[in-house]
Design a protein around this ligand. Structure first.
Ligand code: PLP
Length: 404
């Protein structure tokens, strides 16, 4: 393991060295997507320069090379999330597709009176597929109304009952950085025999995850939020849970035998991977896992949290700013009285600072908070104190200017 060094880490991300609108680029939109280190970019280039072919199809030199790299990548992902073996790793486009696969895949096992439980902190990706599933099946979608400290309240236990068939909730809120009490939620779900899906999209870049410890049925995440490429992500599942799923897509690769009227599906994990996969994405994602696994993850997380706390401490003392995210998380989410967030965002952008303003694909949460949106500065391992300080100073200048 390498000792964590923010200076040498940053040098591995050449995109950050550029100017934006004639100012040094400050990238604080990492909860939306992260930048990619040289090692990930090189792994993708190297794949195309040395090993490109379709996988699992031909029996020739390049096809074997590509297939080996592709399946080694599955092994790396299994290690990254401490899954028992490769058969639990299903490649998909990202967290959204993975959740859609599970929601669609369970449709035939739901009855009109059944209940699907989510939390009020969900990204639309972990809401709309369940809402649509509920509409199609007549099942009822319910939401546990977590507040912005996400403390487990005794009354929440009543949301779980013998009708609850699925609990689907996020590990960390993308909009306000709150962590859900997963151990309690998973335990409550198991006690009523419900399946559990955890959306790890905001967790995997920051926290080591361990499937054996978490003990959920499904876990989903996207590569692009953890220093990997876009268009690739993972659906992890326990064998029995994955076997219950009807494939969302059918076609080549996921079959053993096909006649005109019948198809015998392949075994896991291939049964849920129709068509030519995103091979370069898989290889890039495995490289991103290696990048993370080589780091001192605790030191990296401490660094990211220290930057967010540094910003948060100052914003908390500003009379016109309301902060929604708790301390000791990797993002700061806030609103500013009487100033349009889009104007503030545009001002920050004009000074080279990229953050996110808006509802963060979490309309129900924004309604619960009573705001139309927030500004969100989210940190990654390559950010530094200069980024944090420049952001805060520019924000305070903007507030002075725009308030006049
Ligand atoms: N879940 C959470 C918590 C997210 O933050 C996001 C993206 O912001 C998603 C799901 C959807 O991820 P993707 O668009 O990569 O599928």
């Amino acid at each position: 393991m390498m000792p964590f060094d923010p200076i040498s880490i940053r040098q591995q991300f050449p995109i950050l060295a550029q100017q934006a609108h004639d100012y040094p680029l400050v990238y604080l939109d990492n909860a939306a997507t992260t930048q990619k280190p040289d090692s990930v970019l090189n792994a993708i280039i190297n794949y195309y320069q040395t090993s490109n072919a379709n996988v699992h199809r031909g029996s020739h030199f390049l096809s074997d090379k590509a297939t080996n790299l592709f399946e080694q990548a599955r092994q790396t992902l299994a290690e990254f999330i401490q899954a028992p073996d490769n058969s639990h790793i299903i490649w998909c486009k990202g967290a959204t597709e993975a959740i859609n696969q599970v929601a669609y895949g369970l449709e035939s096992s739901l009855k009109p009176d059944d209940e699907i439980l989510i939390s009020s902190l969900e990204h639309h990706a972990n809401l709309v597929p369940w809402q649509q599933l509920a509409k199609r099946t007549g099942a009822k979608l319910r939401s546990i109304p977590f507040t912005s400290d996400a403390k487990w309240e005794a009354e929440y236990a009543s949301y779980f009952n013998e009708k609850t068939k699925i609990l689907a909730c996020t590990q960390i809120s993308n909009a306000i950085g709150v962590h859900l009490p997963l151990d309690t939620l998973i335990q409550e779900a198991k006690a009523v025999g419900a399946l559990t899906l955890i959306d790890g999209a905001q967790a995997v870049a920051h926290y080591p995850v361990n499937m054996a410890q978490l003990d959920c049925d499904f876990y989903v995440f996207s590569g692009h939020k953890m220093y990997g490429p876009t268009g690739i992500g993972v659906l992890y599942g326990k064998t029995a849970a994955l076997e219950q799923l009807t494939p969302l897509q059918t076609g080549g690769e996921m079959v053993l035998k096909v006649s005109l009227l019948e198809t015998e599906f392949n075994q896991l994990p291939y049964r849920l991977e129709a068509g030519t996969p995103h091979i370069e994405g898989v290889i890039g994602l495995a490289s991103a896992c290696e990048f993370l696994m080589q780091q001192d993850r605790q030191a990296m997380l401490d660094w990211e949290i220290s930057l967010a706390n540094r910003v948060r401490r100052i914003l908390m003392n500003e009379a016109d700013i309301k902060v929604y995210s708790p301390a000791n998380t990797t993002l700061v989410s806030f609103s500013v009285n009487n100033i349009n967030l889009t104007d503030l965002n545009a001002f920050l952008d004009s000074k080279g600072i990229g953050i996110r303003s808006g509802s963060h694909c979490a309309h129900p949460l924004m309604a619960q908070l009573g705001v139309s949106g927030t500004l969100r500065a989210s940190f990654a391992c390559y950010n530094n104190e200069r980024d944090a300080d420049h952001f805060v100073a520019t924000l305070l200048d903007a507030i002075d200017l725009l308030a006049d």
